[in-house]
Design a binder for this molecule. Sequence first.
Ligand code: GAR
Length: 201
Amino acid sequence: MNIAILASGNGSNFEAIVKAAKRGYIKAFIKVLITDKSNAYVRQRAKRNKIKDILIDPSKFKSRLEFDEEVIKVLEKEKIDLVVLAGFMRILSAKFVKRFKNRILNIHPALLPAFKGENAIRRALQHNCKVTGVTVHFVDEKVDNGPIILQQAIEIKRGETLERLEERIHNLEHKLYPLAVKLFTERRIKIKNRNVEIEPL
Ligand code: GAR
């Protein structure tokens, strides 16, 4: 199975998945990183790990759809079976989602459907939630909305700082996302409408 990872920023999830593939936990080929930001740190991680890095600059396209069509072209050329969004800060067009239906994963740093969108960790803390967590889900046409694959909660400690909570959320992401990719590549995820069933490892 060929995997493309799409990311716009730091890329710690990208690296967690790449490492998991390197040590054989995920048995698939991480073929390409696609990014929309020329200065994204994730590109350095790709270089260090010898993963092909393709920059698609949104300013070169007239519309979101045209940008997405270019991404689809690359994914088809690379014969990609699974698209993994890892901090890719763009909303995908309906055409993209349809083309890779139930083959696009996303990770979100909250227990969806709570705290969709940006700054989810901060908003959960500011809301004085007692728990928050991480969600991995299939991508549909709406933001942070598709069928949920894995979720794990963590308790927010009394007086916890944003930095500490972010660190704990990211550590959890780095376990949950490689697991979700592994489950997908081993064809253990069955989806019917919004209902996702997982055959245990
Ligand atoms: C992750 O925390 C991910 O959950 C979040 O962006 C971060 C990327 O970190 N994604 C979203 O908020 C999507 N709505 P990374 O670049 O270090 O992997």
